[in-house]
Write a protein that binds this ligand. Structure first.
Ligand code: ADP
Ligand code: MG
Length: 325
């Protein structure tokens, strides 16, 4: 427990804080867990924090809050919509602003942006009802990954291993989002870079974590239900390579206009080339989630991490435009 003095300092500094959690995306359950962990940490730190579930309460009830800690994941929480509402209400919030949240949620547009900036990302094709499925399979090779552009937690994702499998995978992905992409398989290892922004020192990449799922890929089960997924930190890359990729991850994060904190995921091929997969603007925040794990490796406790994220809150979008390149 913190001293009473600290508790009242924290309440004074941050005021009344809403922890946004739950929501109505496919990642509701995960967000309830993230939000509960954040809320508990803020309370331990003496912050006047309260849970707020936008799926259960009208948004106007946020009036009177001084700040929002966004622990929502997925649609309506990570995609710029809640950020827009908070902007209009004049409530500063954690993480990225409207535009970056919106672009970051859309894997197709994120990859288009990275491609023009020469930030390496696996080859991809958009898939729709008019697609020539056989020629996409041919072009990207097998296996390949099919995924909804606007979803998370591996929902609607299929690893297509056999010819003729793309169409069924597209139908499944399109149930989550009409915008579907097929992506070239990259099979030499999966990693993530946590990112934290500090008002004084700017963006900082946390130690890289290697993820070793025990099933076919890092699917919903491996993420949340199984306890045999391995997380390696240190990640096993040379110090030089790790530093280089951390710098590139910051570039990939900035390219999308992201602020505050987040995660950039990448894959390694068998030859040791890395490819950025996606950016997460509101990553998991349970005490066994990836950003908290990376923060711990950098000597930042879960509670300290939560306070750092809250400390860097955006109140206006013009900050976004200052974060180019
Ligand atoms: N191109 C790919 N090559 C290899 N594995 C992939 C590829 N795309 C996705 N995966 C696997 O699927 C998981 C989820 O994909 P991702 O694009 O990160 O979507 P989500 O937003 O649902 O996390 C990844 O963590 C990885 O295990
Ligand atoms: Mg992912």
């Amino acid at each position: 427990m913190r001293s009473d003095l600290n508790q009242s300092n924290s309440s004074k500094k941050f005021g009344k804080v809403a922890v946004l959690l739950g929501g109505k995306s496919g990642e509701r359950e995960v967000s309830l867990k993230s939000g509960a962990a954040v809320l508990a940490a803020l309370k331990r730190e003496g912050v006047d924090a309260h849970a707020f579930d936008p799926a259960e309460q009208p948004l106007h009830e946020l009036e009177g809050f001084d700040r929002a800690f966004n622990a929502l994941h997925g649609r309506y929480g990570e995609d710029g919509t809640i950020q827009g509402a908070l902007e209009l209400m004049g409530i500063p919030y954690t993480g990225s602003g409207v535009m970056a949240s919106s672009v970051g949620m859309d894997k197709w547009r994120t990859k288009l942006l990275w491609r023009v900036l020469n930030i390496k990302t696996p080859d991809f094709e958009m898939v729709n009802a008019q697609s020539d499925f056989a020629s996409i399979e041919q072009k990207l090779g097998l296996p390949l990954f099919v995924k909804p552009a606007n979803e998370g937690s591996s929902i609607g994702i299929t690893k297509v291993k056999q010819r003729g499998g793309l169409e069924g995978a597209w139908i499944l992905a399109a149930k989550a989002d009409p915008l579907v992409i097929a992506e070239k398989f990259v099979g030499g290892g999966e990693y993530t870079v946590g990112i934290l922004e500090d008002k004084k020192s700017g963006l900082r990449a946390l130690p890289i974590i290697r993820i070793v799922p025990k099933n076919e890929f890092y699917d919903y089960e491996a993420k949340y239900l199984r306890n045999d997924t391995e997380y390696l930190c240190p990640c096993g890359l040379s110090a030089e390579k790790e530093l280089q990729i951390q710098q590139e991850a910051l570039q990939a994060f900035r390219a999308v206009g992201c602020r505050g904190w987040g995660r950039v995921d990448f894959l390694m091929d068998e030859a040791g080339n890395h490819y950025f997969l996606e950016v997460n603007t509101s990553p998991g925040m349970t005490d066994h989630s990836l950003v908290p794990m990376a923060a711990k490796a950098a000597g930042i406790s879960f509670d300290a991490l939560v306070i750092k994220i809250l400390d860097f809150t955006l109140g206006n979008q013009d900050l976004e435009s200052k974060n180019v390149g």
